[in-house]
Design a protein around this ligand. Structure first.
Ligand code: SGN
Ligand code: CA
Length: 517
């Protein structure tokens, strides 16, 4: 096929921001990291499990309170990052639907404009890494312990590396920084596997938070009273779908014991079988007694549900603690090597995640916890501690990086550079988007979330669910109902907002040539 990478113009005026001076770029993205678990966001959970190193980025720069994804799932979100396009434009609509292999990647543009580029960690896309001088990528979703990586040097073969994924990915990032071409600016993409399911902590953190009782989210017992079918039919509930063995590491679970259906038991046993005797010993010395304690206590009903929540959250936050430490290590390196004053640093996630809100784990929905994603950015010379309420989306990263590289934004990129917004203390510049478009396509699939698209203006949100079982809409007022418990679609009081959002949704679909899929 023809290479569709268009000629790239270096621009000295039109699209470039006076702020950027071809800084280096360090883009750190974790996998399924909720904003509720970053202390800079101030949520209850993170008060008991702070993330001082991630907060350093916010202290130096800006925290985005309204950062969103377009499609709350890994590979589609990564495609938005790499292409600056919506899912239907890149082709990567679901986890398995392959990206258009000819879609130009931001890494290719960065290379063309003189950057040295590197990708370490979870790649997960159904195409080869493109536009990277150096890469060390995990196999598929990746493994937590002794993960397999491949790079240009391994001739396409995966090779096991001893250690914990988050540390090894950081090692590779630092290795790149040590050996890079010092005559060029660099763009380093650090993509953590953590804290993706099934939340396996580093072996020296297995007991962290064991004595901490984390608060239940306000919406933990949501009964979806005002919602349509999708919220009722999902299979991501802690009560019904979180598995005792795979998710909560109760290794003694056997069929017929009356616990949650154990779909992933085999893959858990496979994870255990990959451990070295020392790893296995460290692991079992902690999880076997925990498993015994829960089984002999014969908890059921709400007691069992609360136990599941605590054990889920503790493992998740252990994994976060190690991300925080390793990001701190990378920031220290940048500081110690005089790179902090000419590097943009981004910390984000491929989407948000449910920490028990609405009784759920996982993501996929256009409801806030999964639609929103954490975003902390610092650039040289910022005053620090700033917050932005502007509507930003993961399609904006590619244009931002090209703005930094002083390169013109190619026509197919629908996102917008964040730099003008950052130079205005986070306030939206004239003409900034007033609506966000969202579209989730992955159904039928694991967790059984219906297909839906929608628009949000940051306060009002219209969601259109559709699929083989029919279609319906929901409307939320986030100011009056931040937890999205009251669907006001049928309320006359909201008729004006409803028709405004309906019109916006139609306009998006028409202009972006997208529809039900
Ligand atoms: C795996 C997980 C799912 C998760 C998807 C997508 N199941 O399939 O719980 O929703 O990844 O996650 S597991 O049994 O394999 O753990 S994503 O972040 O890659 O989009
Ligand atoms: Ca993810």
């Amino acid at each position: 096929m023809m290479n569709r990478l268009p000629f790239l113009f270096l621009s000295s005026c039109a699209f470039s921001s006076t702020l950027a001076q071809r800084w280096n770029i360090v883009y750190i993205m974790s996998d399924d990291h909720s904003y509720q678990a970053i202390s800079a966001y101030g949520h209850q959970l993170s008060k008991q499990a702070p993330t001082p190193n991630l907060d350093r980025i916010a202290e130096r720069g800006m925290l985005f309170r309204r950062a969103y994804v377009e499609n709350s799932l890994s590979t589609p979100s990564r495609a938005c990052l790499m292409t600056g396009m919506y899912s239907h434009q890149s082709g990567q609509r679901t986890l398995d639907c392959p990206i258009d292999a000819d879609a130009p990647f931001v890494s290719e543009y960065l290379q063309m404009s003189g950057y040295q580029t590197c990708m370490v960690g979870k790649w997960h896309m159904l195409c080869e890494p493109k536009g990277f001088d150096v890469y060390h990528i995990l196999s598929g979703q990746g493994e937590y312990y002794d993960p397999r990586f491949r790079s240009k040097e391994t001739d396409g073969k995966y090779v096991v590396e001893k250690g914990y994924a988050t540390n090894l990915i950081t090692d590779h990032a630092i290795q790149f920084l040590e050996t890079r071409d010092k005559d060029k600016p660099f763009a380093l993409f650090v993509h953590h596997k953590a804290p993706h399911r099934n939340w396996m902590p580093p072996l020296d953190m297995l007991n962290l938070y064991e004595d901490v009782e984390f608060p239940l989210p306000e919406t933990f017992y949501d009964n979806y009273e005002t919602r349509g079918q999708a919220a009722h039919d999902q299979q991501m509930s802690i009560a019904k779908d979180m598995e005792m063995c795979y998710d909560l590491k109760v290794t003694q679970i056997k069929p017929g014991m009356g616990y949650t259906h154990e779909r992933n038991g085999d893959s858990f046993r496979h994870q255990l079988s990959r451990m070295s005797p020392e790893q296995r010993q460290a692991w079992e010395s902690v999880y076997i007694p925990r498993g015994e304690a829960i089984l002999t206590s014969h908890l059921s009903g709400d007691d069992l549900l609360r136990w599941k929540y605590q054990h889920y959250i503790r493992d998740y936050l252990r994994v976060i603690h190690s991300i925080d430490e390793q990001v701190g290590r990378l920031l220290d390196y940048l500081e110690d090597n005089d790179l902090i004053d000419n590097t943009m640093i981004v910390y984000t996630s491929d989407q948000g995640f449910y920490m028990g809100e609405h009784g759920w784990f996982d993501k996929r929905f256009m409801y806030e916890e999964s639609f929103r994603t954490p975003l902390l950015v610092c650039t040289p010379g910022m005053k620090g501690g700033e917050k932005s309420d502007a509507l930003v989306q993961n399609i904006d990263f590619a244009p931002t990086f090209l703005d930094i590289a002083d390169a013109e934004k190619p026509r197919q990129m629908v996102g917008t550079s964040l730099l003008p917004l950052m130079s205005r203390g986070g306030k939206s510049p004239k003409g900034w988007r007033k609506y966000l478009y969202y579209h989730y396509y992955d159904h039928p699939a694991e967790h059984n979330v219906m297909r839906h698209d929608g628009v949000s203006d940051g306060r009002y949100k219209l969601i259109h669910f559709y699929g083989s079982k029919g279609s319906y809409d929901e409307l939320y007022d986030l100011k009056k109902d931040p937890n999205e418990l009251r669907n006001v679609y049928a309320s006359k009081k909201y008729a004006n907002h409803l028709s405004r959002l309906q019109e916006q949704l139609e306009t998006f679909r028409r202009e972006q040539k997208v529809d039900e899929w």
